[in-house]
Design a protein around this ligand. Structure first.
Ligand code: NDP
Length: 324
């Protein structure tokens, strides 16, 4: 990681006191940046450890309005970043590690230093969840993955397992049939949570086998996945499936709110709490938008919409303080 701003002229680095600091560079953060930049607030975006956010690991995005034929996730994020940059947004490849809101302007810490900001917009998103299996982390990247679109390509002609029953699991199971000889969808209950249309795609695909009441107890293999141990959720009986060569997890996400939960109100599951019809947190001048505060919709377009709200609210609040 580097603190060098990109892109922009040399004087585009961090200032003594920033008007608006934005943490996160997914659809929420970049839309907040676009609006703040067009309000002449010269926002500084800390891009985080996954610049561009979750859309960087997707392929076709078909439901972002304005792209009739769809657009690739990374391309969408690239043009969003350029659009925000065009109006004077500055970007830093660094991440927030904590904030101190005991005095204003607020202090924030990053992996490589600290700074002061009059307003802060938190758009740090959410990350894929893992099961916590004994061998899961060891085999991550060696057959265990939480991103079918990133890693599916590597599993041609073999049998795979996908864990989960939501839209992600349904979508990933269907997608993986492009490569795998067979995809086993492991569902812990006796029904899918996924939307009807996604369910229909799963059931219509003869390469997908759905296993109800089925959990994963462990993933097997010395250096790469050479099978999984499944457990019947009703009886607890465990069976080894040596034919599975890749395990894809699609069991939801955890909000990236660790750096903020000491200071800001949050739900038990870590999602930051914002006021109704607002992105305001419990601390004046600090806003949260996108997946870090949204456990319900979690769409690029809703994240972008809330990023817009956050920037407008930050701008109004700065005006009320007489600083802009
Ligand atoms: P969800 O929270 O909707 O679903 C998570 C799934 O994982 C559930 O079926 C859950 O089971 C299961 N699960 C959770 N923990 C475990 C565990 N420990 N062991 C086994 N199974 C587990 O997450 P998604 O990521 O699927 O979706 C998130 C949001 O994104 C949703 O709003 C969804 O609609 C949206 N989305 C939309 C898409 C689209 O429209 N193209 C594509 C992907 C996502 P249980 O049901 O028993 O709780």
């Amino acid at each position: 990681m580097s603190t060098a701003p990109s892109p922009g002229p040399a004087d585009h680095g961090p200032r003594d006191i920033e008007n608006v600091v934005i943490f996160g560079s997914g659809p929420a953060g970049l839309t907040a940046a676009l609006y703040a930049a067009r309000a002449n607030l010269e926002p500084l975006v800390y891009e985080g450890i996954e610049p561009g956010g979750q859309l960087m690991t997707t392929t076709d995005v078909e439901n972002f309005p304005g792209h009739e034929e769809g657009i690739m996730g990374p391309e969408l994020m690239d043009v969003m970043k350029k659009q925000a940059g065009r109006f004077g947004t500055r970007f830093v490849l660094d991440e927030c590690t904590g904030i101190d809101v005991s005095s204003w302007p607020y202090t924030y810490k990053t992996s490589q230093g600290e700074g002061k900001a009059r307003t802060i917009i938190i758009a740090t998103g959410a990350s894929a969840r893992y099961l916590g299996l004994p061998n899961e982390i060891r085999l991550r990247g060696h057959g265990v993955s939480a991103c079918a679109t990133c890693d599916g390509f590597f599993f041609r002609g073999v049998e795979l397992a996908v864990v989960g029953g939501g839209d992600s699991a349904a979508e990933e199971a269907t997608f993986l049939t492009k490569f795998a000889s067979k995809v086993h969808l492991l569902v812990r209950r006796d029904e899918l949570r996924a939307s009807k249309i996604m369910q229909e795609r799963v059931f219509a695909n003869d390469k997908v086998v759905v296993h109800w009441h089925t959990e994963v107890a462990d993933v097997l293999g010395p250096a790469e996945v050479e099978g999984i141990r499944v457990r019947d959720a009703r009886t607890g009986e465990e069976t080894d499936w040596p034919h599975i060569k890749g395990l894809f997890l699609a069991i939801g996400h955890t909000p990236n709110s660790k750096a903020f939960v000491e200071q800001l109100d949050h739900h038990d599951n870590g999602y930051l709490i914002t006021k109704p019809d607002s992105t305001a947190t419990n601390v004046p001048g600090i806003y949260a938008c996108g997946d870090v505060q949204d456990s319900v919709y979690r769409q690029a377009i809703t994240a972008a919409g809330s990023g817009c709200m956050a920037a407008l609210e930050a701008e109004r609040w700065l005006a009320e303080q007489g600083t802009h």
